[in-house]
Design a protein around this ligand. Structure first.
Ligand code: COA
Length: 359
């Protein structure tokens, strides 16, 4: 399949005016010689659906992304077969220069865009905007019911840069790192702190939720988003924001998540972790993501300890832990984790932004 998208003309014209691209020159589709997985071209760029064999080229433009915390080396191959996922690469003169992906969620009404990257020597010239426009156009053609575009990002370029989006929520992130021996003593230390504060702590215990029926009842309770102050009424699982609706539960079910929830009929706290996965950090490390929902500090401390404890036997080498939470929790959780030589804070306070716009 191949088609050309007129929307690019506007963008390409803008880029041409700053001298980066040559004059806009959309080749008529019939004249384009492209492989069957290629879905469009404009002004020297060919856009194709990514294939497993593009892996090395994608990794070649991904060096040092997110300070070594890039998930794509680990996820790329599962993205190739994930239902509702589109992964588009752009090539110039056969060289892969950019990638963006979209996952269609919310029963087909929303696309979550992820994975955006441009090769280092083409950054700052507008190529990210070009591939974003192309992917939007492609998704509109293939999934005409999509009405909303949603994304998360870890930097905050300010309201002017974000003017096209509605800022749905800001979350705080606490990032730690250490090695496996360090985490053993760190988790023992956290348990001792919890025991020491038990007398002054009236919160109910946390329980692990493994039964899918129980999880479904919990997540589809319409009262849950306000009770847990969910960001934009969504769950953000390892940067992926999903509204709590039945079709999205199938997506969550694929992720092999571990859930804890405050015991009781109307819990005030819920948390989940994504299984450890390898990242390039420090020449090869593990990444562990914990998402906390609710604002109760003592439950947040219990949840953090429970999640770490549940993976302690799987930790090998260096581990980077990212804990995403309501902004009110950050100071207390940082203090809770302070004072351990073996597990240190990786970076200062940083944020996760949840953004949405009409599509
Ligand atoms: C971020 C990156 C893709 C920007 O590429 P670029 O071609 O230099 O970007 P430009 O400044 O020329 O274009 C800016 C466009 O990219 C978008 N953009 C920039 N950073 C972004 C981010 N972190 N998340 C989403 N979009 C981003 C801007 O909104 C802008 O779009 P607009 O023109 O429609 O407003 C590039 O620097 C890169 O590959 N960095 C490493 C990977 C990375 O940090 N990706 C962020 C994904 S969350």
């Amino acid at each position: 399949m191949s088609y050309c998208l007129l929307e690019h003309i506007v963008k390409i014209t803008r880029l041409s005016s700053i001298g980066y691209f040559t004059r806009p020159r959309l080749t008529p589709c019939a004249e384009v010689t492209m492989d069957s997985h290629c879905v469009g071209e404009s002004d020297g760029l060919i856009f194709c659906l990514a294939r497993p064999e593009d892996y090395d080229d994608v990794m070649a433009i991904s060096q040092d992304i997110y300070g070594g915390n890039d998930y794509l080396p680990h996820r790329y191959h599962s993205w190739m077969t994930e239902p509702g996922r589109v992964v588009i690469i752009a090539r110039r003169d056969r060289k892969l220069v950019a990638l963006e992906s979209g996952l269609v969620v919310d029963g087909g009404e929303t696309v979550i865009v992820e994975g955006l990257r441009v090769c280092p020597n083409e950054r700052g010239c507008g190529l990210a905007g070009v591939i974003q426009t192309f992917v939007d156009g492609y998704i509109k053609k293939v999934y005409p019911n999509v009405k909303t575009k949603r994304l998360t990002r870890g930097d905050d370029p300010g309201p002017e840069k974000l003017r096209k989006f509605t800022l749905q929520a800001r979350r705080a992130i606490l990032s730690l790192f250490g090695n496996s021996e360090g985490f053993d003593s760190f988790v023992s230390g956290l348990k001792e702190k919890l025991l020491a504060s038990d007398g002054s702590n009236s919160s109910r215990p946390l329980v692990s939720v493994k039964d899918l029926g129980a999880l479904k009842a919990l997540l589809l309770d319409s009262d849950l988003p306000p009770r847990l102050q969910l960001p934009g009424n969504a769950i953000i699982q390892d940067w992926q924001p999903l509204k709590l609706m039945e079709s999205n539960l199938h997506i969550l079910a694929r992720r092999n998540l571990t859930w804890f929830v405050e015991d009781g009929v109307k819990p005030l706290f819920m948390s989940l972790h994504t299984p450890l996965y390898p990242i390039p950090f420090n020449g090869g490390s593990l990444r562990f993501n914990i998402d906390l929902y609710g604002t109760d500090t003592s439950l947040a401390k219990k949840a953090l300890t429970a999640h770490l404890d549940s993976v302690i036997s799987e930790i090998q080498g260096v581990v980077v832990v990212h804990i995403y939470m309501h902004q009110n929790l950050w100071d207390d959780l940082k203090q809770f984790c302070d004072g351990h030589d073996t597990v240190k804070q990786l970076q200062d306070y940083w944020k996760q932004l949840l953004l949405e716009r009409e599509f």
